[in-house]
Every structure is written in structure tokens, then in C-alpha cells.
Write a protein that binds this ligand. Structure first.
Ligand SMILES: Nc1ncnc2c1ncn2[C@@H]1O[C@H](COP(=O)(O)OP(=O)(O)OP(=O)(O)O)[C@@H](O)[C@H]1O
Ligand SMILES: [Mg+2]
Length: 793
């Protein structure tokens, strides 16, 4: 009920924390007139910080590229026997300094990028939140809640990614060009061979990435269907067990799982290829370059200077090579996100001046609408026409009418949620609104009523009593500290309405807009609430109340009755006046009074029937528990005893609807690891270990070989056996690449096998658990087990 109000006051920035956002907002407002462009606004606000980051990046690059040059000088010094010793020390010191500075600036750059990214993200997020609260009703129809959630979670993240990685888009080509330039200086035209390799590796990785994303889509589709099925199973577990359908469903789930894992397996193999090709890319480049270099001319010799400086350059080359495709794709995605965000932020807003909000004053009218016309959208016919209402301070106005006659719309107009076409609306003082659909948060019952207000026990008790919630509190396991499940799961429709009403009453507003708050409660409870809350002696007797109702029996006590027909107020007056006029209202009353009498007797019997079945059901349940208790293994009896040991705590936990998710979040037990590795099996683990060792050895050997080669004495201006050396070098490099591939494939296969077993065990265990397990374990937790944790394994 107070939600609407929060939303209305929420658009006004509070406190100094929001200054940055308010400035941004102001700019946005201005921009809106002159062809709004989110990017421009963001660039203007965050551009300077971003430029600072770029400055760091440039420094970083300068240092990075001077390292190979100094290295070359150092190596030259080592070869030259008769140069001064201090030069060597100076080069070494310079090398050290340059590396430190490079890393310093790199981290400064990353830091500034991430902070700017964070700020952009939070600012845009704030804008989206604000917008989603004030968006006009017409625009709300065009964008779903899911879209907005997506905007907040995914699109803002993309924006942040872009801020962080965007620089790579232009820096990486420059870096690559510089690397190649320096390589050319060292090795001459053989550097072209390196370029050719780069050009070859690139499309391969791009192709693999595309294939993987396709496979991922396939896999996600299967995962989605599996989770959906799992959700259905868990929500219908009672029926499922009743018919002993576990096995059939188990097979269906496993079928999906199998397909999902197949897609995953293929994607993992591709991933291994790309990892291997990336890891051996520097080798491939070096191999191609050195190979061409020594083969084209016998006079070309590889000395230490050439080898190590080239290797250093190739290592530099690796980073931009890997970053570039990623940076390009993030930028592309971010541009799409930017467009979506811009479109959303451009949507029409509710106009805050549609409704005049005046401060509370003890006399005058609470709500006034003068010749108002309202629509749900800018175009189309208006939903309310010729509305003239005056709600006197402290009076009770009842609104009646057929379904869809515009009663809720009238309240929305008073709240300023509809589009005002003409007329004048003014509301004095604070407003509390009870929506037709009760809105309940996942919190305790008490928190749902107090709703962040000050706690006043005596007032709270009066409210709870007046809203007829006391009998419910007795039924609920822990009274008012009972946790209410997701979307008010464990409350009945009537209970939800009463909680929603109690929240509004507790709030002590000046004007109450009540949209059919008694529609889902029994007639006698409705009577009680009317007397104690809305009626002339109720808690709200001094406030202005607008009550939409279908309960005709309350109408005689209303000060004013509005009869609505197709968006117009056709009749207005007190009950007696309207009856005396003998118009549509009187007819309506006569028609419905008859119906209601019938209905009431009917409803009475139905209610008692449902009561009865409730008790039947609880008997069923205890029997079922007894049965499952018979079957309980000694282990579960032990846990039962353990539970009774901790009875005190149990009392406390009683109100908690759901057992806290007792997953071991901290350390994983050693046995779990053992179990994990056992499922993978020795047949895979030994090759993994072996391959890994081999890969390391190959990498060492290949670097060693290169240094041996470089140290080779030069005879007659040539080195001997270059072909052999090149061959060994190549073989070692390829061996390393292949073993990297083998290792990653084996590891991912092991992971898949383990995950298959775990999922099977989990599924078996869950489907065979007794019913009691499902009562204490929220299905959300179980679903999480099935989706997230199986995935992370
Ligand atoms: N959020 C909305 N956006 C667009 N149109 C709406 C919206 N809410 C209601 N309407 C339209 O306004 C008209 C009046 O609906 P309203 O909800 O005011 O009826 P009502 O009198 O409250 O009916 P009920 O007794 O069923 O609650 C209907 O034709 C409906 O289609
Ligand atoms: Mg309605």
C-alpha cells in the first residue's frame, strides 16, 4: 500500500549520496529535449575519468615497448667483452625500473577503468530504477518486468565491460603493429611469416568461438528444459509420488541431462583447441619467424640478442591478440545495450504535476477531481470521463459499479498513475493505497505490516485486531514472526488482503484509497473489518476514505456513493438519496441483494466444506508421515533424536517456514574431494597428471633448446645443423601444444563425468526422499542445487 508512495517520493533524490546521479539526471532532462543520447551524456559525465585511464594506458605501453629495447642493449653489452661494467648495471637497473613502472601503470589503468566502469554501471542502474518507478502506464505496457530486470542486470554489466575493455579496440591494433615493426627491425622480412601465422590463428579462434556459442545455445536450451521439468517435478512432487511416477520422470530428466552434457563435451573439446592454440601461438609465431629467418639465408644467424628480444616482443604480442576479438565483441554488445537502455530511458514518464499534492490541513476536502478526463495511454479513448468528485475530510466514499467500469482506474487517477487529459486533481496529505491485488513481501508477517515504519506495539495490536488477523496468527506456526514465503505463498488470498490492509492502516495516512479490500474475505470477517476499520466507529473514522467495494451491505453507512458505469460517474449521493431516486443504482441493489442472499448461503456451505477437507487433509498428512516414519532408516531416526536434542532451537526456528539452506558454504570436506576423484576414476586422473607433467617438461625443454641454439658458436658466419635444430625446436613446441590440448580435454571430460554422476545421485536421492523432506526444503533451494551447483561442478 505504501509502495506507491515510496515510489513517488523515491524520485526525489535524498541525501548527498545521490548528487552525482542528480546531476546526471538534470543533464538527461536537458538532453531529452535536444535529441537524447545516453552515450553523449555518459561521455560528458565520465569522459575526464576515462581519459585519465587512457593516459595511464599510454604510459604503460611506452614502458612496455622500451623493455625489449633495453633488453637488447643489455644482451649486446654481455656479448661485448670490453665495455664498462657500470653500463651493465645501468641496463639491469633500467630494466627493473621499466618493468616496475609498466606494472604500476598497468594496474593504475585497470583500477581507473574499473572504477569508471562501476560508476557508469551504478549511475545507469539508478536511472533505470528511477525510470521503472515513474514510467507512464502506456509505456509500461510496452516493456515487461523481465525486460527491465534484464536492463538492470545484463545491459548495465555490458556497459561496464565496454568501459573496461573498450580501449583494447584501438590500442590492440597499434600494439600489434608496433610489435611487428620491431620484429621487422630484428629479423627483416621473416617477420612477415609471423604476421602470416597471426592471420591464420585469428580466424581459427573466431570460428571456434562461434561454434562454441552455438553449442552453448543448444546446451542452454536443454538446461532450460531440464530445469523446467525439475521445477514441475518439485512442485508436483506429491502427485508424482502418489502415482509412483518417479522412475519415468527420472528417465526424462536424465535424457535432457545426457543431451546437455553431449553439447557441453563438444564445446569443451573446441575450447581445448582454442586454449592450446592460444598457448602455443607464441611458439608458432616464433617457429615460423625463426624458421624462415634461418632457412632463407645461410648468413642469417640466430644469436641471443635476436632470440630473446624477439621472444619478448612475441610475448607482448600475445596480449593484444587475445584481447582484440573479445574487446570488439563486448563493444558491439554494449552498443546494442546502450541503444536499449537509451530507448527505455526515453519512455514517457508519469507527470508529477498531474496531481496537486497539498500538505495536510484539518479542513477542506481530502481528494478533489474537477471535470477530469483520464486515459491509460496518450491515444485511444479515455477510460474515465467527466469525473467530478469531492471527498470531504473524514468521510467515507464508496465506489460501486460493474466489473471493468473503471473503479480501479478512478483510484489510479487519484494516485496520478493514469494519463490526465484534462481537469484538475488535488490530494491533501499523505496517501495510502490498498491495491486490488495484495502485494506481499518475502518477510515475516510483522515486517509486512510494519513495513519499515516505527514499531508501536499497542497500535500494532489494535491494527491486527481490527483487521481480523488474530485468528490467523493463531494458526500460523510462529504467530506474527512467521516468515511469509515467496509471493505470499503460505497465505490465503484473504489473509494476503488483510495483511495488505493492515499495512495501510498501520501507516496512519491522511487519505486512504482502498481497492476492494474485502473481496476475498468471508462475509462475517468483512463485516468485522468494516466495522473496526472503515466504518463510522473504525480506526480510520477521521481519515478520508475512498472504498471500492462489491459488498452492498456496507453501502448504507457510506457518506457518499459513486456509481460508475463505463468510466463515468452516473449517480452520486447517499444511500437513501440514491434509493429514493430509484435509478440504476436502486435497480442494481435490488438485483444484487437477491443474488447476494443466495450467494451467502451458498458460500457458507462451501466454506464449511473446505474446512472439512482441510482437516481431512491434515489427517492424511500425519498418516503419511507415520507411514514414512515406519520406513525411516535408523539414520533418519538418529537425526530425529538429534533434532529433539536441540528442541529449544527448534522452537525458535519454528516460524521459519523454510529451513535455512544448510549447504556447507565454507570448506568442502576432504571426503567430498575423495568422492569426487573416485567418480572421475583413475583411468583419467593418471593421464591428466602425466600429460600435465609432460607439458611442463616440453615447455622447459623448448626454452632450453632455444638458448642452446642462441649460444651456438658462429663458424664462418653460419651456424651448423640449423635444420636439425629447427626440427627439434618445432617438435618440442608441437609436443607442448598437443599435451596442453590433451590436458584440457582430459580435465573437462573428468569434470563432465563427475558432474553426470553427481547429478544422477542427487536426482535419485531427491526423488526417493520422504514427503517430509519436501515440506521443510524450499523448492527454490533444490532447484538451485540442480541448476547452479551441478553447473559449477
Ligand atoms: N493498467 C491498465 N492499463 C490499461 N488499461 C487498463 C489498466 N487497468 C485497467 N484498464 C482498463 O480500464 C478499464 C477499467 O478497468 P478497471 O480496472 O478500472 O475496472 P474495475 O471497475 O476496477 O473492475 P473490477 O471490478 O474488476 O476491479 C478496463 O477496460 C481495463 O481494460
Ligand atoms: Mg478494479
Amino acid at each position: 500500500s505504501t509502495r506507491k508512495e515510496c515510489s513517488l517520493s523515491g524520485c526525489r533524490p535524498t541525501g548527498p549520496k545521490l548528487t552525482e546521479q542528480t546531476q546526471l539526471l538534470k543533464k538527461l532532462r536537458q538532453e531529452q529535449n535536444s535529441g537524447f543520447c545516453l552515450f553523449r551524456v555518459l561521455a560528458r559525465s565520465f569522459g575526464p575519468f576515462f581519459l585519465k585511464g587512457i593516459l595511464f594506458l599510454i604510459f604503460h605501453d611506452i614502458f612496455m615497448f622500451s623493455i625489449p629495447q633495453v633488453l637488447s642493449l643489455l644482451l649486446g653489452f654481455m656479448r661485448d667483452q670490453d665495455s664498462d661494467l657500470w653500463k651493465g648495471f645501468m641496463f639491469a637497473l633500467l630494466l627493473f625500473l621499466l618493468s616496475s613502472l609498466q606494472s604500476l601503470f598497468n594496474h593504475q589503468y585497470m583500477y581507473s577503468c574499473f572504477t569508471v566502469g562501476m560508476r557508469v554501471k551504478t549511475a545507469v542502474m539508478g536511472l533505470v530504477y528511477r525510470k521503472s518507478l515513474v514510467i507512464s502506464s502506456a509505456a509500461r505496457q510496452s516493456c515487461t518486468v523481465g525486460e527491465i530486470v534484464n536492463l538492470v542486470s545484463a545491459d548495465t554489466q555490458k556497459l561496464m565491460d565496454m568501459v573496461v575493455y573498450f580501449n583494447a579496440v584501438w590500442v590492440a591494433p597499434i600494439e600489434i603493429a608496433l610489435c611487428l615493426f620491431f620484429l621487422w627491425q630484428r629479423l627483416g622480412p621473416s617477420a612477415l611469416a609471423g604476421i602470416a601465422t597471426v592471420i591464420l590463428i585469428f580466424p581459427l579462434n573466431g570460428f571456434i568461438a562461434k561454434m562454441r556459442s552455438k553449442l552453448q545455445e543448444v546446451q542452454m536450451r536443454y538446461t532450460d528444459s531440464r530445469i523446467k521439468l525439475m521445477n514441475e517435478i518439485l512442485s508436483g512432487i506429491k502427485i508424482l509420488k502418489f502415482y509412483a511416477w518417479e522412475q519415468a520422470f527420472l528417465e526424462r530428466v536424465l535424457g535432457y541431462r545426457e543431451k546437455e552434457l553431449n553439447a557441453l563435451k563438444r564445446s569443451q573439446v573446441l575450447y581445448s583447441i582454442s586454449i592450446a592454440s592460444f598457448n602455443s601461438s607464441s611458439f608458432l609465431i616464433a617457429f615460423a619467424m625463426f624458421g624462415v629467418y634461418v632457412l632463407i639465408d645461410d648468413k642469417n644467424i640466430l644469436d641471443a640478442q635476436k632470440v630473446f628480444v624477439s621472444m619478448a616482443l612475441i610475448n607482448i604480442l600475445k596480449t593484444p591478440l587475445s584481447q582484440l576479438p573479445f574487446a570488439m565483441s563486448t563493444t558491439m554488445q554494449a552498443i546494442v545495450s546502450l541503444r536499449r537502455l537509451g530507448k527505455f530511458l526515453c519512455q514517457d514518464e508519469l507527470k508529477p504535476d498531474d496531481v496537486d499534492r497539498e500538505p495536510y490541513s484539518p479542513d477542506g476536502d481530502g481528494v478533489v477531481i474537477d471535470s477530469g478526463t483520464f486515459g491509460w495511454s496518450k491515444e485511444g479513448p479515455p477510460c474515465l470521463m467527466r469525473i467530478n468528485v469531492r471527498v470531504k475530510k473524514g468521510s467515507l466514499v464508496a465506489v460501486v459499479g460493474h466489473v471493468g467500469s473503471g473503479k480501479s482506474s478512478l483510484l489510479s487517477a487519484m494516485l496520478g498513475e493514469t494519463e490526465k487529459r484534462s481537469g484538475h486533481v488535488s490530494v491533501k496529505g499523505s496517501v495510502a493505497y490498498v491495491p486490488q491485488q495484495a502485494w506481499i513481501q518475502n518477510a515475516t508477517l510483522k515486517d509486512n505490516i510494519v513495513f519499515g515504519q516505527e514499531r508501536k506495539e499497542s497500535w500494532y495490536h489494535r491494527v491486527v485486531e481490527a483487521c481480523a488477523l488474530l485468528p490467523d496468527l493463531e494458526i500460523l506456526p510462529a504467530g506474527d514472526s512467521t516468515e511469509i514465503g515467496e509471493k505470499g505463498l503460505n497465505l490465503s488470498g484473504g489473509q494476503k488482503q488483510r495483511v495488505s490492509l493492515a499495512r495501510a492502516v498501520y501507516r496512519k495516512a491522511d487519505v486512504y484509497l482502498l481497492d476492494d479490500p474485502l473481496s476475498a474475505v468471508d462475509a462475517h470477517v468483512g463485516q468485522h473489518i468494516f466495522e473496526r476499520v472503515f466504518g463510522p466507529k473504525g480506526l480510520l473514522k477521521d481519515q478520508s476514505r475512498v472504498l471500492v467495494t462489491h459488498g452492498l451491505s456496507f453501502l448504507p453507512q457510506a457518506d457518499l456513493i459513486l456509481v460508475m458505469v463505463e468510466g463515468e460517474i452516473t449517480e452520486m449521493g447517499s444511500y437513501l438519496e440514491l434509493m429514493a431516486r430509484d435509478g440504476a443504482f436502486a435497480e442494481f441493489i435490488r438485483l444484487f441483494a437477491g443474488n447476494e442472499r443466495k450467494e451467502r448461503s451458498h458460500r457458507g456451505t462451501r466454506k464449511s466444506v473446505s474446512r472439512l477437507s482441510m482437516t481431512d487433509f491434515s489427517i492424511d498428512l500425519s498418516q503419511e508421515q507415520l507411514i514414512s516414519g515406519d520406513r525411516m532408516s535408523s539414520a533418519s531416526i538418529q537425526t530425529m533424536e538429534a533434532i529433539s536434542d536441540t528442541e529449544d532451537q527448534e522452537q525458535e526456528d519454528l516460524g521459519k517456514l523454510t529451513e535455512a539452506d544448510k549447504a556447507n558454504t565454507g570448506r568442502v570436506k576432504l571426503e567430498m574431494y575423495v568422492e569426487y576423484f573416485r567418480t572421475i576414476g583413475l583411468a583419467l586422473i593418471i593421464p591428466i597428471v602425466f600429460l600435465y607433467a609432460f607439458q611442463q617438461a616440453a615447455s622447459l625443454a623448448y626454452n632450453y633448446w632455444l638458448s642452446v641454439w642462441a649460444d651456438d658458436p658462429i663458424i664462418n658466419g653460419t651456424q651448423i645443423d640449423t635444420d636439425l635444430k629447427l626440427g627439434v625446436f618445432g617438435a618440442l613446441g608441437f609436443a607442448q601444444g598437443v599435451s596442453i590440448f590433451g590436458t584440457t580435454v582430459a580435465i573437462s571430460l573428468g569434470g563432465i563425468i563427475a558432474s553426470r554422476h553427481l547429478h544422477l545421485d542427487l536426482l535419485n536421492n531427491v526423488l526417493r526422499s520422504p514427503m517430509a523432506f519436501f515440506e521443510v526444503t524450499p523448492s527454490g533451494n533444490l532447484l538451485n542445487r540442480f541448476s547452479k551447483e551441478v553447473g559449477s561442478v
